[in-house]
Write a protein that binds this ligand. Structure first.
Ligand SMILES: *[C@@H]1O[C@H](CO)[C@@H](O)[C@H](O)[C@H]1NC(C)=O
Ligand SMILES: *[C@@H]1O[C@H](CO)[C@@H](O)[C@H](O)[C@H]1NC(C)=O
Ligand SMILES: *[C@@H]1O[C@H](CO)[C@@H](O)[C@H](O)[C@H]1NC(C)=O
Ligand SMILES: *[C@@H]1O[C@H](CO)[C@@H](O)[C@H](O)[C@H]1NC(C)=O
Ligand SMILES: *[C@@H]1O[C@H](CO)[C@@H](O)[C@H](O)[C@H]1NC(C)=O
Ligand SMILES: *[C@@H]1O[C@H](CO)[C@@H](O)[C@H](O)[C@H]1NC(C)=O
Ligand SMILES: *[C@@H]1O[C@H](CO)[C@@H](O)[C@H](O)[C@H]1NC(C)=O
Ligand SMILES: *[C@@H]1O[C@H](CO)[C@@H](O)[C@H](O)[C@H]1NC(C)=O
Ligand SMILES: *[C@@H]1O[C@H](CO)[C@@H](O)[C@H](O)[C@H]1NC(C)=O
Ligand SMILES: *[C@@H]1O[C@H](CO)[C@@H](O)[C@H](O)[C@H]1NC(C)=O
Ligand SMILES: *[C@@H]1O[C@H](CO)[C@@H](O)[C@H](O)[C@H]1NC(C)=O
Ligand SMILES: *[C@@H]1O[C@H](CO)[C@@H](O)[C@H](O)[C@H]1NC(C)=O
Ligand SMILES: [Cu+2]
Length: 568
């Protein structure tokens, strides 16, 4: 190749990459929407009069600009769940963490680039319980197009949004739970793509239906958008091959059931190779703990082959039992990450180690918790015995950037104040141990140096009750090195660490009464919340945050907030 031809090829390649990076600009009108579900007509908050909201489809490398106009009577924020937000923390969305809310009548433009990630993500409100109705799909295609998936391109791709629905105003639900100092009412139904399906009254027609063609391959982009429920999902007569979770490719994993916690996504291939007929798809709750009253209903939709007799009755899949922890753990623990040339692998040197207990506890009732039991106090949740309190006058990120005092404290403990038999329920009855239930509110963050590798042992406690909490980290994906039941035992666990091809996630359902070990590289300056993705538990304080320092170079420094950044 002559020098000239080389230059030409180089220039074309350069132009090509410029042309590829598109700007995706949309407007989200958040406002009242009148909707009828289960024979009840009510007003909900929704985006562009759609529930679920509009699907965003972008390509890796794109710049995304979303104008959010808040016509609703509520404070609003939108989170782009799983998007790294490299140097754009101002657009991450969690209320009072990276921004003050967009108040009624106001607007804010979220701007961010999609860099170094592809797959199924989603967007949702991140204030009060609004994400019950304010949510939608965010698909990131490979920059070079779907033919560059690390597997043959499926014939069809189908988003499956699993949701949770109340015959109630969800803000009233959140407020009522707060005033009582307890759990919110359980939901009335679950939904598939917004539809409850024919197991429920008045919903035979309000059911999701997918027509399939025999011999074709379908990729389900499954998202658990439920507020407070982990779910089992099945299709009768069909198996799946999992290809990705949380927008991270996995080694193909064959299974007849998908187990998915709120915040998580699963991309699963389904071959339409059964006898052409009608098959139900169905989802119901996975409940790790005993004794909790929960929504035990089943949502279902239909997979219908073309040319099926109209009178044929759909086949129902055999669903796991609610408490089928064996099935849940088999799914969660068997996934491994797909190694790809040139892509990051698990960091082997750790700079910052943390041992973090998390679970329930009790705090003193606040004066505005009018129905709170003064004897027991309010139900709370904590990490390392700090029950996270949201700031009220400035967001954590603004306080970090402007060096405001009194908004948060550094020094979130990197171990629990006491080591006890974390998963032995006797602490709830043994008088010598019951004082462990008390916890204190605080806004404490962990400060870490740019680019440091953080390892967290996440240990659930049985205080009040052991429960399966999906912990979600903003701003980063993490590797899941190991997980198990009972108390973390270092010498046993380290032998099980997968340092070769661990699954990568942004949300981990730590086994109830168990533990998990995760690792991530803090290569994004800003303030990033880590929290339970059950909204009921976030309200109880199951959260903490990382304050990641700027790096040494201009392209590792958090830029200033945008001019329209919402004020408190
Ligand atoms: C929206 O609905 C609420 C009730 O949920 C009502 O108070 C408010 O007036 C409505 N706003 C508009 C603009 O219709
Ligand atoms: C919660 O349930 C109770 C008992 O069924 C009911 O009285 C209350 O109105 C419900 N709360 C909301 C916000 O719907
Ligand atoms: C469905 O309707 C029947 C008959 O009206 C009623 O008995 C039942 O409680 C309803 N079920 C639900 C879940 O609302
Ligand atoms: C699904 O997989 C199970 C076990 O892996 C197998 O027994 C079953 O026949 C498969 N079903 C279909 C429809 O392929
Ligand atoms: C669901 O729970 C209720 C109690 O809240 C119980 O009466 C009912 O039998 C349960 N249904 C199923 C399908 O487990
Ligand atoms: C998954 O993990 C379980 C242990 O949790 C193991 O028994 C099983 O063989 C693994 N493999 C598959 C394919 O499920
Ligand atoms: C408060 O909780 C205690 C312990 O569970 C219970 O005995 C008491 O009746 C409760 N008080 C009220 C006012 O509900
Ligand atoms: C739980 O703790 C109690 C003491 O409070 C002890 O007697 C019991 O053996 C423990 N259970 C297990 C499984 O270790
Ligand atoms: C948490 O801190 C409170 C207040 O210091 C203490 O009473 C309680 O025992 C601690 N609980 C745990 C699990 O460390
Ligand atoms: C951060 O780590 C990456 C490798 O993961 C390296 O390429 C980069 O130079 C590091 N940056 C700094 C400022 O240390
Ligand atoms: C941890 O596991 C090792 C090896 O099985 C065992 O010897 C040790 O007693 C365990 N430690 C605790 C605290 O259970
Ligand atoms: C809405 O946000 C503003 C600014 O942060 C705050 O003062 C107000 O209390 C919020 N309203 C509600 C109902 O939370
Ligand atoms: Cu939780």
């Amino acid at each position: 190749m002559t020098h000239y031809m080389f230059m030409l090829a180089f220039a074309l390649a350069f132009l090509g990459s410029l042309v590829d990076a598109a700007i995706v600009e949309r407007t989200f009108h958040v406002g009242n929407m009148t909707i009828t579900k289960l024979c009840q007509t009510r007003v909900i908050t929704a985006v562009n009069q759609q529930m679920p909201g509009p699907t965003l489809e972008v390509s890796e490398g794109d710049k995304v600009i979303i104008h959010v106009l808040n016509h609703s009577p509520y404070n609003m924020t939108i989170h782009w769940h799983g998007v790294f937000q490299k140097l754009s923390g101002w657009a991450d969305g969690p209320n009072m963490i990276t921004q003050c809310p967009i108040q009624p009548g106001n607007k804010y433009t979220y701007k961010f680039n999609i860099i170094g990630q592809e797959g199924t993500l989603w967007w949702h409100a991140h204030v009060s319980f609004h994400r019950a109705t304010v949510y939608g799909v965010l698909i990131i295609l490979p920059r070079e197009g779907p033919h560059t998936y690390p597997f043959p391109k499926p014939h069809h791709e189908v988003p499956i949004l699993l949701g949770e629905w109340w015959n109630a105003n969800v803000v009233d639900l959140a407020d009522e739970a707060y005033v009582k100092g307890g759990a919110p009412n359980k939901s009335d139904v679950f939904t598939i793509n917004g539809k409850p399906g024919d197991f429920y009254n008045c919903s035979e027609k309000d059911m999701y239906k997918l027509k399939v063609e025999y011999g074709k391959k379908y990729m389900f982009r499954i998202i658990n958008a439920a507020l407070n429920s982990e779910l089992f999902f099945k299709v009768a007569g069909h198996n799946f091959t999992v290809m990705a979770v949380d927008a991270s490719y996995t080694n193909p994993y064959k299974t007849d059931v998908i187990v998915i916690a709120p915040g998580q996504t699963v991309d699963a291939l389904m071959a339409a190779d059964a006898a052409p007929d009608k098959y139900y798809m169905a989802a119901l709750r996975y409940e790790a703990s005993g004794g909790v009253s929960f929504d035990n209903t089943t949502t279902r939709g239909i997979v219908e082959y073309y040319n099926t007799s109209p009178t044929s009755q759909p086949v129902m899949p055999t669903m796991p039992a609610y408490k089928d922890t064996l099935t849940a753990n088999r799914f969660y623990t068997n996934l491994t990450g797909l190694l790809r040339p040139g892509k990051p692998t698990v960091p082997l040197t750790v700079n910052h180690r943390m041992f973090v207990t998390f679970g329930f506890g009790r705090v003193k009732c606040e004066s505005d918790q009018l129905l709170c039991n003064q004897t027991t106090g309010a139900l709370a949740a904590s990490m390392n015995n700090v029950s996270f309190q949201f700031p009220s006058s400035a967001s954590l990120l603004a306080a970090h950037y402007k060096n405001l005092k009194g908004i948060y404290m550094r020094g979130f403990p990197d171990k629990p104040p006491v080591f006890f038999d974390f998963t032995n329920e006797s602490m709830n009855t043994d008088p010598a141990l019951t004082p462990l239930v008390h916890t204190l509110k605080g806004t404490k963050v962990t400060k870490v140096k740019y680019n440091s590798t953080v390892e967290m042992v996440l240990q659930n406690t049985a205080i009040v009750v052991a429960e399966n909490h999906p912990l979600h980290l903003h701003g980063f994906n993490f590797y899941v090195l190991a997980q198990g039941l009972g108390n973390y035992n270092k010498s046993e666990a380290v032998e099980k660490y997968n340092l070769v091809d661990p699954q990568m996630r942004n949300t981990i359902a730590v086994p109830g009464g168990g533990w998990a070990v995760i690792r991530f590289k803090a290569n994004n300056p800003g303030v990033w919340i880590m929290h339970c993705h059950l909204d009921a538990h976030l309200q109880f304080g199951l959260a903490t945050a990382f304050e990641v320092e700027n790096g040494p170079t201009p392209d590792t420094i958090l830029p200033p907030p945008p001019p329209d950044y919402p004020k408190c």
